[in-house]
Ligand binder design. Structure first.
Ligand SMILES: [Mg+2]
Length: 382
């Protein structure tokens, strides 16, 4: 079997899909994307395609190493996302060629179903509580929401009080029947994280995500030493090489690699195994589309330490299209009591509605995250 063609589709809300075709009629799908830079990753995919055309898609390990090492320069958000989507498509092809789900090729299931959680948007506690109640009625009991809007490097106790009041109101309204993670979203400086973690501890969040920016990862350890709240991070780290010093330093309880950013299935099963060796849980980041989610699930179902799967069905970022819009079988990701069963189909287990995608790709949005500024006019982290 030989790879003959790579086709990409940018589509709403902010996604990029890749189809890799072979000379034997089997094709595979990937989602190589960094949110807000879909066109840049798309260009990288087609540059890397020069290494793929004419090659045997079954040799995933060799092709991965070729893409990673072959160009001398490596790593980072763009190149590792391009490799990630290519890698997903190659696993999809291999599974389809052999007639088995990818998790069978990775050693088989370690669990019967995978717990997922729901993002809830909005900044007013009443809005967040209303959404939680709606999802709770559908069987979900675990949620995540943002802690604050922009926060200054050193901000007033009033800003801390506002964040704490929000979390307190949510815990008060929902009681102990739900768990929630609180996303600091890299908006919080190390000194403010120290204060916020202390103040939020009484409300017993399941975890705090990106307590500081990933480039401030040295603070994970001292922050975790000062709080009982488990700390989570990893959506903006792209390879084993980047996770290595972070795991070795300690401080993180939950690792959140993104299957579309961190080198795909090939790299993320290894990152998961590294985390397991440190007694660190896995909760893959996934505010993306159906191929990315299917790839996450392949890793979750073979990784003992996978504890929670993020998923974007109905997420507030999904303007113009939602996850199931591009899927032929709408039951693929059916959640029962907040959990998803292993997808039984061969490869990644999800069938993409290519006609729908072609239509969507005629007019893709140029999605960008909001650009925030502090009151003094300086740029704020979003
Ligand atoms: Mg996050």
């Amino acid at each position: 079997m030989k790879i003959v063609r790579l086709t990409t589709y940018q589509a709403a809300p902010r996604w990029l899909f890749l189809k890799i075709e072979t000379d034997e009629g089997i094709s595979g799908w990937g989602e190589p994307v960094i949110e807000g830079r879909a066109g840049t990753v798309e260009a990288a995919v087609h540059e890397l395609g020069d290494y793929l055309i004419g090659q045997d898609p079954a040799r995933i390990n060799d092709l991965w190493q070729t893409l990673y090492r072959g160009g001398f320069y490596r790593g980072g958000a763009i190149l590792m996302s391009a490799i990630a989507g290519i890698d997903q498509a190659l696993w999809d092809i291999k599974g389809k060629a052999l007639g088995v789900p990818v998790y069978q090729l990775l050693g088989g299931l370690v669990r019967e179903h995978m717990k997922t959680y729901r993002w809830v948007g909005g900044d007013r506690p009443a809005d967040i509580v209303a959404q939680m109640r709606r999802y709770q009625a559908l069987g979900f009991d675990t949620f995540k929401f943002n802690c604050t809007e922009e926060l200054k490097l050193i901000d007033s106790p009033r800003a801390v009080d506002a964040a704490v009041a929000k979390v307190a109101a949510i815990r008060e309204a929902m009681g102990e029947a739900v768990d929630f993670g609180i996303d600091f979203h890299g908006r919080v400086s190390a000194p403010m994280a120290r204060v916020l973690l202390r103040e939020l501890a009484p409300f017993r969040p399941l975890f705090v995500e990106e307590p500081v920016l990933p480039e401030q990862w040295e603070y994970y350890r001292p922050l975790s030493d000062a709080t009982p709240i488990p700390l989570a991070a990893g959506e903006r780290m792209y390879s084993r090489a980047e996770f290595k010093p972070v795991l070795a330093a300690g401080g993180l309880a939950i690792l959140q690699p993104d299957l579309s950013h961190a080198g795909g299935i090939t790299e993320c099963v290894k990152i998961a195994a590294m985390a397991e060796a440190y007694d660190v849980a896995l909760a893959p980041h996934c505010p993306l589309g159906p191929v990315a989610l299917a790839a996450c699930l392949q890793v979750d179902f073979v990784s003992y330490n996978a504890m929670l799967q993020e998923q974007s069905i109905g997420i507030h970022y999904n303007e113009g299209a939602d996850l199931l819009d591009y899927v032929l079988n709408k039951d693929d990701f059916r959640c029962v009591d907040g959990s998803i069963a292993a997808l039984p189909g061969p490869g990644l287990g999800v069938e993409i509605d290519e006609e729908r995608l072609k239509q969507a790709s005629l007019d893709p949005p140029r999605w960008r995250n909001p650009l925030w500024r502090h009151a003094d006019g300086s740029v704020a982290e979003w």
